[in-house]
Ligand binder design. Structure first.
Ligand SMILES: [Zn+2]
Length: 207
């Protein structure tokens, strides 16, 4: 909870006293009903747990086969970066860079940034003093799209399913699990760590 100087609504200036939110609750300004803080449904450590889970899953997602395509005895193993390499080799370098950034690098960077922000609060360590990190998290949230990569693979499976024998590899399932972990980490993200926002006295259950 913040100190008294942080208990003023940013929108209307109304002052509040601090309380501790229960999981699933959100704090609203008593005067203007602005949402000032939200506590995730899975508890205060959820964002850290999901972030670390996603980071762990990122390694097998990058190394293990995504899809194994075979026809007439010939077999080809496609991994996470196979599509990026194919786009690059075929001259679509801007698209290759975008797919690499939005589907691989930035989701991992977002998971890492959220973990770094939550570790001190969850383990009672000193707060990490990186002023730009909260801003980086907000920017990364707009550019990390692992779900688009999942959708692209599913479309490719449907399109190519009639032409070659396709087997979904463990890398794809690890990537899907990483994407789910990222979504859950974002939904559990404690915005108070990003912004020492006021914690008002009125709470409602989140919808
Ligand atoms: Zn207000």
């Amino acid at each position: 909870m913040g100190s008294d100087v942080n208990l003023t609504c940013r929108l209307c200036g109304h002052k509040h006293r601090p309380i501790r939110l229960a999981p699933g609750e959100r704090a609203l300004c008593a005067r203007c009903s602005t949402v000032m803080a939200t506590e995730g449904r899975f508890g205060p450590e959820a964002a850290l747990v999901f972030s670390i889970t996603g980071l762990i899953l990122a390694l097998p997602a990058a190394l293990l086969p995504f899809v194994i395509a075979g026809k007439l005895g010939d077999e080809r193993v496609c991994r996470l970066f196979t599509g990026v390499g194919a786009l690059w080799d075929n001259g679509m370098r801007t698209l290759a860079v975008l797919v690499f950034l939005c589907g691989a690098l930035l989701p991992v960077a977002l998971l890492g940034a959220m973990a770094v922000l939550h570790v001190p609060a969850c383990l009672k360590w000193h707060t990490v003093n990186i002023p730009s990190l909260p801003r980086i998290v907000h920017i990364l949230e707009h550019w990390a799209f692992p779900e688009v990569q999942v959708l692209a693979v599913l479309i490719a499976l449907i399109k190519l399913g009639g032409l070659v024998d396709l087997t979904v590899g463990p890398g794809f399932w690890c990537y899907c699990a990483m994407a789910v972990s990222l979504v859950l980490a974002q939904r559990s993200f404690n915005s108070e760590l990003c912004d020492p926002a006021p914690v008002p006295c009125r709470t409602d259950a989140a919808p």
